[in-house]
Design a protein around this ligand. Sequence first.
Ligand code: COA
Length: 250
Amino acid sequence: MTDLVTVSDEGPVRIVRMNRPEKKNALTMAMYDAMADAIETAGNSGVRCLLIAGHPSAFCAGNDIGDFLAAASQGGALGAPILRFLYALARCELPLVAAVRGNAIGVGTTLLLHCDHVVAAHDARFATPFVGLGLVPEAASSLIAPRLMGQAHAFSLLVMGRPLAADEAKAAGLVNTVVASDAVEAEAMKAAAEIAALPPQGVLASRRLMRGAPDEIIARIDQEAEQFKTRLQSTEAQAAFTAFMMRKRS
Ligand code: COA
C-alpha cells in the first residue's frame, strides 16, 4: 500500500507530505500519527525547518468524515492521534512552512495557523465548515484566528464557514505568498531553505519569543476537544456527516 504520509529530509528541510489524493487528503488516524511522528522526531534529526505539503489536487480535505461518524458512535472523543498531532504542532520548536494547492479544509486550514510561512496557489481555497457540520473549531483556531485576523474575519471563517480565496487568505495574514500552482512547491522549498540557512539558535530563540510558551494553545486545544466530543455526538453533526457520506448515492 502507498504511504498515506511520506516523510523525506532534503538537507536540513523535512518534507511531510499528505498522500491520499483519491480522498483529497482527508486525514485518517494513521496519517495524524505519521505526521506527529515526523514533527516530534525532527528536532533530534538535524532538521532545521519542516515543510508540510499535499497534492496538486488537494492540500487536505480535513478529518475523514467516516472516522468522525465512527467516533460519534464510540463516545465522541477526538482520537488520540488527532490530539497527538495537534499537540505536536503546538509544541514544535522548529519553523513550519506550508505549501498549499487546492482545497485546505477543516484541519487543513487550522494547521496553517501554527505555521510560520505559508505559500499558496492562486486556486487554493481555505474553509472551516465546522459549525455547518454541527461541530466547533479545533486546533486552537478559536484562539489563534481572532488574534491573527481579528474577530470579524475569524467569525466569518470559523463560524459562518465562508471560504477564503488565496488572495483573501493573504490579506487575512494566513498566507505569505500566492503563486501559480506549479510554482508553489519550489517557492515553499526556497523559503524553507532560506530559514534553514539562518543561524539555527537565533531562529529558535526568536521563534520562541514570538510565540511564547505553548501552554495557552494546549489548554485551548483541550477545551475545544471537550466541546468537540459533545458536538460529535449531536444529531446535527451525525445528520451532516451522513449527508456527506451519502451525497453521491441519491
Ligand atoms: N472525509 C472523507 N472522505 C472525503 C473527505 C472527508 N473529509 N473529503 C473528500 N472525501 C472523499 C469523497 O467522499 C470522495 O470519495 P469517493 O470518490 O469515494 O466518492 C473523494 O474524497 C473525492 O472527493 P469529491 O468530493 O468527489 O471531490 P471534489 O473535488 O468534488 O470536492 C472537497 C473536494 C474537498 C471540496 C469535498 O470532498 C469536500 O467538501 N469534502 C469534505 C470536507 C469537509 O467538510 N471536511 C471536514 C472538515 S471538519
